[in-house]
Design a protein around this ligand. Structure first.
Ligand SMILES: Cc1cc2nc3c(=O)[nH]c(=O)nc-3n(C[C@H](O)[C@H](O)[C@H](O)COP(=O)(O)OP(=O)(O)OC[C@H]3O[C@@H](n4cnc5c(N)ncnc54)[C@H](O)[C@@H]3O)c2cc1C
Length: 300
């Protein structure tokens, strides 16, 4: 099989994550499509570390880099279609590849006259990332309407799993029986709705987000999960950390649960600031904050 995708060595991951910081991946691949991804996995060396990356909007690679292969789900895994067979009256089943962005998915569903995915329009990531972190906002979460997911295993085999095979919680979804595999696609069961109403909901959600988040500066969304019954941003403000910095990384004044890269921040500065915030909140409020973003690789 002739390789049609892209493969590169020593890839600076700062160019592929929304924090715009961090080290290199030893190797990165952009498979042209699902078949090529499976073929590559079949032929790849067994034990090498693999990191699937969508839009990099919840990810930091430490400055020393990631010693393994990064597999990008865009642009190879971007299929989007409504299946011909409906799951129930008034519902349609939609398939989305793991590399489809939340914005693309929400817009496509609205055009098809389907509701349930409008909230994803403003979450700047892919379907794969949304499934891993059960991404959510405005009282909706990525797994709410998942019927089943398509996964690829290390050896390149594909499988379909039902939502019931996962323990799904706040910002997480874990296989009940762990297995080394990654999301390549998902089927959502969505209710039929006037598409223009779905579009209107998307516009409302986008406006509400723009009003409260520092979207003009490089960031990775909320850094910490909200502890049960608490709002992390309020705790961070209470601990006096809003606006505090480490090098070019700064706790946003606009939304204290965001850490922004003011230009040229290192991953170490961002991670150091995360640690400072955690410590301050622990001391001042007695609460251990849990980090929402994925941090991988080695320090410099
Ligand atoms: C401005 C801003 C606002 C945000 N607002 C929200 C919000 O309201 N709600 C919310 O939940 N999140 C929010 N986020 C965080 C982020 O957008 C979500 O977590 C998003 O779902 C991450 O998707 P991604 O494709 O960027 O994942 P990435 O950052 O690329 O990866 C995140 C993790 O998922 C893994 N992963 C990615 N793709 C796959 C795959 N196909 N298979 C297996 N593992 C995979 C990665 O290895 C990594 O561990 C925000 C981020 C930003 C920058």
């Amino acid at each position: 099989m002739k390789w049609r995708g892209r493969i590169a060595q020593q890839v600076p991951m700062a160019g592929h994550v929304s924090w715009k910081a961090g080290g290199d991946a030893s190797q990165a691949i952009w498979p042209a499509d699902l078949d090529e991804l499976c073929a590559w996995l079949k032929s790849a060396a067994g034990g090498q570390p693999l990191l699937f990356v969508g839009a990099g909007s919840n990810l930091l690679v430490r400055d020393g880099g990631f010693a393994g292969t990064v597999v990008f789900s865009r642009p190879g895994l971007m299929a989007l279609r409504v299946e011909t067979q409906a799951p129930a009256k008034g519902y349609r089943r939609l398939y989305a590849g793991a590399g489809v962005s939340g914005a693309e998915l929400a817009a496509y569903a609205a055009v098809q006259g389907l509701t349930g995915l409008e909230f994803l329009a403003g979450i700047p990531g892919t379907v794969g990332g949304a499934l891993v972190g059960n991404a959510g906002c405005f009282s909706s979460e990525a797994w709410d309407s998942v019927a089943s997911v398509q996964v690829v295993q290390r050896g390149g085999g594909l499988a379909v799993r039902s939502a019931a095979e996962y323990e799904i919680g706040y910002r997480e979804a874990k296989l009940v029986e762990p297995s080394e595999e990654w999301f390549v696609g998902v089927w959502f069961d969505l209710r039929e709705r006037d598409g223009s109403l779905a579009r209107q909901t998307i516009d409302e959600f986008l406006a509400r987000r723009a009003a409260s988040q520092p979207l003009e500066e490089a960031n990775a969304g909320r850094v910490f999960r909200n502890p049960a019954g608490q709002v992390a941003a309020a705790l961070i403000e209470q601990a006096g950390m809003a606006g505090q910095g480490s090098g070019n990384a700064q706790v946003s004044r606009r939304h204290a649960n965001f850490i922004v890269n003011r230009g040229g921040a290192t991953a170490a500065e961002i991670e150091g600031l995360i640690a400072e915030v955690r410590q301050a909140v622990k001391q001042q409020c007695g609460i251990e904050l849990m980090v929402e973003a994925t941090i991988v690789g080695s320090a410099k």
